[in-house]
Design a protein around this ligand. Sequence first.
Ligand SMILES: [Mg+2]
Ligand SMILES: [Zn+2]
Length: 240
Amino acid sequence: MSVEKQLIVFDFDWSMADQDTDRWIFEVLAPDLRRKMKDLKDDIQWTDLVAQSLREAHTRGIKREQIEHALRTMPFHPAMVRGVSKLKEAGKTTFLCLSNANSVFISTILQSKGLENLFSEIITNPAEWENELLKLRRRVDPSGPQHTCKVGCSPNMCKGEELTAFLERHGKDFDRIVYVGDGSNDFCPILRLRSQDIIFCRRHRGLQKRIEAEAKKEGLKCQIQYWAGAWEVEEMFGRL
Ligand SMILES: [Mg+2]
Ligand SMILES: [Zn+2]
């Protein structure tokens, strides 16, 4: 099959980056808040819990510069930078980021890697600095209409609906879609992929478990390739 035009969709935490932004900054700056998040995660919606923890961090005097430094030094594999940069240069690939983190975490890290122009769109929870406080909201406002996902996406955002909406906006004529993901919330969007599309699934995490348990029942059509380290993603990109 000749591919003139392809879309690469990236989850961010543990897919493009080698860590989870929401958890990492608290592990670095306030491990007791990280513990509190672990204790509360079944009772409070995750995005709301991160927003609340950011307010608590602000109250105790944690500064914007400290959070930005923690993000810039978060593990991020150089092979990932090489792999995406090479594909971007080759010209036929559009990049989309689909993440449950937030706009500030993602843009801060991308800038520190020289990747600020990689993505055509970054679809995630909106955040903004208000002096030293990082204010974070759900992408789907809790007071408005909610998404209708039946596959188990968190209330803040359905990645499947977002992928469909992106394809409506940008034309659906991609010869191939490659989705790079690791988490259980990446299962919904890959159900919308076609037989010529590929999931690059990170091993030993929630997405692999859901594929093994639910792919047949849910009629997953795309091809599956597994990876563990970002150097393998670089290899897989080289074969596209
Ligand atoms: Mg992830
Ligand atoms: Zn969904």
